[in-house]
Design a protein around this ligand. Structure first.
Ligand code: AP5
Length: 225
């Protein structure tokens, strides 16, 4: 089993890659954004607190995120491995994740940064459609569902997310630059960072991610041998 973080700006394809990898390898895909949206939908206390931040494109405060992720990572399916999507997103979250993994005697295999130019991000986000029931992601032009507006996996009606208005997208990109981009340096310093071109197509990007993980594992085994 593997433990990886997918890093990248909004719309870079983190969710798409993580969900494809989950299907291919059976590793749980844990997306902080999906967990938050489920809490908003269910009107939980966490959802009520997080909603205003999400709607304006700001990050939800670290304390709320760390409690939510600690709870998710302690579930049995995540003990053997996970693909983290959207978490960590600040240096404080990355440090907390590192400590938590240390406590349970494991570590990240790799952090994979999906590099996508801004014009492509805007094109992707304006055409994205999401399934509110199972979180499957589509694009009206490049990855349409078989029946327009209907999820292939669970037949629910597809929606555009609340945070896909142009001004909120701009804000999310600014927040990414200020608060999440510093993680590239953080993980480069730990020799965990790998960069891939996020425009090479979903299958090619997934093959690149699998190669990175296989190499990371092989070099970790060499070091312990
Ligand atoms: P979150 O849900 O994590 O959103 P995000 O990081 O902004 O990322 P997206 O889900 O928008 O994009 P993605 O990279 O997953 O791209 P996707 O695969 O969908 O967070 C939402 C909010 O929650 C945040 O703003 C914040 O408020 C809060 N939050 C979440 N986590 C937090 C945390 N840790 N701390 C604090 N706050 C947090 O793809 C996009 C589109 O492109 C799709 O249409 C897809 O079909 C298409 N596409 C994907 N890959 C390709 C490809 N290779 N070629 C062509 N098209 C592609």
């Amino acid at each position: 089993m593997i433990r990886i973080v997918l890093l990248g700006p909004p719309g870079s394809g983190k969710g798409t890659q993580a969900s494809a990898l989950q299907k291919r390898r059976g590793i749980p895909h844990i997306a902080s954004g999906d967990l938050l949206r489920a809490n908003v939908r269910d009107n939980t206390e966490l959802g009520r607190q997080a909603k205003p931040y999400m709607n304006r494109g700001d990050l939800v405060p670290d304390t709320l995120i760390l409690d939510m992720m600690a709870e998710r990572l302690s579930q049995p399916d995540a003990r053997k491995g996970c693909i983290l999507d959207g978490f960590p997103r600040t240096v404080a979250q990355a440090e907390a994740l590192e400590q938590r993994l240390e406590q349970i005697g494991c570590e990240l295999d790799a952090v994979i940064y999906l590099r996508v130019p801004e014009a492509e991000i805007l094109r992707r986000l304006s055409g994205r459609r999401t399934c509110p029931a199972c979180n499957a992601v589509y694009h009206v032009d490049t990855m349409p569902p078989q029946r327009e507006g209907i999820c292939d996996a669970c037949a629910a009606e597809l929606v555009q997310r609340q945070d896909e208005k142009p001004d909120v997208i701009r804000k999310r990109l600014e927040v990414y630059e200020e608060q999440t981009q510093p993680l590239l340096r953080f993980y480069r310093g730990r020799s965990l960072l790998h960069e891939i071109d996020g425009t090479i197509g979903v299958d090619n990007a997934m093959d690149a991610i699998e190669d990175i993980v296989a190499n990371a594992r092989a070099s970790a085994q060499e070091q312990t041998a």
